[in-house]
Design a protein around this ligand. Structure first.
Ligand code: HEC
Length: 117
C-alpha cells in the first residue's frame, strides 16, 4: 500500500511539472490568426516589422510589458484593447507568434544584394 501511495505521489508530481512547463509558451499558430483578426497587423505589419505602429518583431519586449502596453498604450495612435476585446491568453499567443519570427538577415548575408554591389 505504501508503495502504491508513493507511486501515486510521484506521478502527480510529474504531471504538475509538465503543466508548469507548458503554461507560459503560448500557441504560435493561434497567435498568428489573432494578430490578423484583431487588426494588429494593420499598423505593425503582418510580421510585426512595423509601419504606422512600432517594429515589434522579431524580438518583442517581455510579455508583462507587452500586455501592459496593449491595455494602456503610451500617447500615440494605438487604440486601447481591453481584456473584453483581447484576453491575456490571446495576447500571450500573439507574443509567441512574434517571438517565432526569425531575425532579418544582414545585407551581407543576402547573395543577390552582394552581387549588385
Ligand atoms: C492604429 C494603429 C495601431 C494598431 C491597430 C495597433 N497598434 Fe500597437 N502601436 C501603435 C503605435 C503607433 C505604437 C508606438 C507607440 C509609441 O512607442 O509611441 C504601438 C506600440 C505597440 C507596442 C509597444 C512596442 C514597443 O516595443 O515599444 C506593442 C507591444 C503593441 N503596439 C502591440 C499591439 C497589439 C498586440 C495590437 C493588436 C491587439 C496593436 N498593437 C494594434 C499603433 C497600433
Amino acid at each position: 500500500m505504501k508503495k502504491l501511495l508513493l507511486s501515486a505521489f510521484l506521478l502527480l508530481g510529474c504531471v504538475a511539472m509538465q503543466a508548469q512547463n507548458a503554461a507560459p509558451a503560448g500557441n504560435v499558430e493561434n497567435g498568428k490568426k489573432l494578430w490578423a483578426k484583431d487588426n494588429c497587423y494593420s499598423c505593425h505589419g503582418f510580421d510585426g516589422h512595423g509601419g504606422a505602429g512600432a517594429k515589434i518583431a522579431p524580438k518583442p519586449i517581455a510579455l508583462q510589458g507587452f500586455i501592459a502596453i496593449v491595455r494602456k498604450p503610451p500617447k500615440s495612435n494605438m487604440p486601447t484593447f481591453s481584456s473584453k476585446v483581447v484576453s491575456d491568453a490571446e495576447l500571450r499567443d500573439m507574443w509567441a507568434y512574434l517571438n517565432s519570427i526569425p531575425a532579418t538577415p544582414d545585407v551581407k548575408d543576402i547573395p543577390l544584394l552582394n552581387a549588385i554591389q
